[in-house]
Design a protein around this ligand. Structure first.
Ligand SMILES: Nc1ncnc2c1ncn2[C@@H]1O[C@H](COP(=O)(O)OP(=O)(O)OP(=O)(O)O)[C@@H](O)[C@H]1O
Ligand SMILES: CC(=O)N[C@H]1[C@@H]2OC[C@@H](O2)[C@@H](O)[C@@H]1O[C@H](C)C(=O)O
Length: 370
């Protein structure tokens, strides 16, 4: 199948669209990708939608601006698909399926609630292509964490890699999540803690620049190790996998810990970057067999200061997804193309060791164009 995967992650920076060829088991081709950044108005609408989402009790509730945000992002996803295909001289009739993650606005697996806005039916109608959406709902309804979903894709990709095992694939988006692959054993996976979200928020509050470009501010700063240690004392970090996070959970991690107000821009950025690296190292320290090789994807792979801190704190080989022939920027979009193909075939997406669901299960909701 030739599938377009679509991801709009917790950083709310835009939409990634990527082509993939797969039968839902093997990955035959990781194709080209595009990123369509959100404009300021869309980002503001999503921030407002996330605030309104706190009033959601059922998956179908759309209070406040949620309904408007859902239509806006659905139409932007349709544009992203067209923008991906046009330069490749492909048309929509060349595409078998679209995997549409949508935008997470609330994730509370403890309350069996996770909502990704994005109207599958509207997208299928607009594109004239079947759309697989709502990937997390079935797992959460069955008592799973609903995240991470990418481990089964990491496992398929890593089969071909000649790297010392165990291999860990670390995605550093707004939230960071990891998959540990160790031979035939099912992958162990979970969210590890903050990825870039706290760094982004801190940089924006201080400078109105939305992220620490190339980790430059952090590279000049000194880490407040005591603060990092205090945050890591939060029970989330010692809880064994599986476990997942909502972007809003981070507030609880840092509240009441003195904040970083007294630190310079550089020291604050260094401390938050170290927190991301240290939370990954804390996870690794709890494993029976710590990974020998780490592959880093997501926006964090572009941050050399973070990569250096990960190398230092993990004491293992750390390389980027690009360095092993994958795409650090498009890996999640590729993943949702792969997951869509699996879901179409009824193959499992989630497992007891990835989301804590009782038995392997498939997911996704298929929308056919009328
Ligand atoms: N050159 C760079 N230097 C430092 N950080 C960068 C760079 N490029 C991207 N980033 C970081 O990566 C973030 C975007 O990462 P990514 O697109 O992987 O997140 P996401 O997919 O939205 O999140 P998630 O995986 O949590 O859903 C940006 O917000 C920024 O913090
Ligand atoms: C609820 C939700 O959208 N979670 C995202 C988020 O962003 C990163 C991390 O937290 C991960 O668990 C998940 O996305 C990836 C793609 C996943 O499900 O594998």
């Amino acid at each position: 199948m030739r599938v377009v995967g679509l991801m709009s992650g917790t950083s709310m920076d835009g939409i990634d669209a990527a082509l993939i060829e797969t039968d839902g088991d093997e990955v035959f081709w990781l194709g080209p990708a595009v990123t369509r950044p959100y404009d300021a108005a869309t980002r503001a609408l999503l921030v407002a939608a996330m605030a309104d989402a706190r009033g959601v009790n059922a998956r179908t509730d759309r209070p406040g601006v949620l309904g408007a945000a859902e239509i806006r992002i659905t139409d932007l996803h349709a544009e992203a698909v067209r923008a991906l295909l046009e330069p490749l001289r492909l048309t929509l009739s060349d595409i078998d399926l679209v995997g549409f993650h949508g935008q997470t606005v609330i994730h509370r697996p403890d309350a069996r609630l996770t909502v990704q806005i994005g109207a599958g039916e509207r997208l299928a109608k607009s594109l004239g292509v079947p759309v697989m959406a709502d990937f997390r709902a079935a797992d959460v309804a069955a008592g799973g964490e609903g995240a991470p979903l990418v481990p089964v894709f990491h496992q398929a990709l890593a089969r071909r890699l000649a790297l010392p095992r165990p291999v860990a694939v670390l995605n550093v988006g707004g939230v960071a999540n990891v998959t540990v692959l160790d031979g035939a054993v099912p992958p162990i996976a979970c969210d590890t803690g903050p990825g870039n979200a706290l760094i982004d928020d801190f940089l924006f509050a201080r400078t109105k620049v939305p992220y620490d470009a190339d980790g430059r501010a952090a590279a000049r700063g000194t880490v407040d190790e005591a603060w990092v240690g205090e945050v890591l004392a939060h029970p989330f970090f010692s809880r064994p996998a599986p476990k997942s996070l909502d972007r809003n959970d981070f507030r609880a991690f840092v509240t009441g810990r003195g904040g970083l107000d007294g630190l310079s821009l550089e020291d604050g950025a260094a401390t938050l970057t170290a927190l991301t690296a240290a939370s990954v190292a804390t996870f690794a320290a709890h494993l029976a067999r710590p990974p020998a090789s780490w592959i880093v994807a997501g926006g964090g792979a572009r941050n050399p200061t973070l990569l250096a801190m990960l190398t230092a704190r993990l004491g293992a080989d750390v390389r980027t997804a690009d360095a092993v022939g994958w795409s650090a920027d498009a890996l999640e979009a590729h993943a949702f193309g792969y997951l869509a193909a699996r879901a179409l075939k009824g193959l499992p997406l989630t497992f007891p060791t990835t989301t804590g669901v009782a038995a392997p299960m498939t997911g996704g909701v298929l929308f056919r164009p009328k």
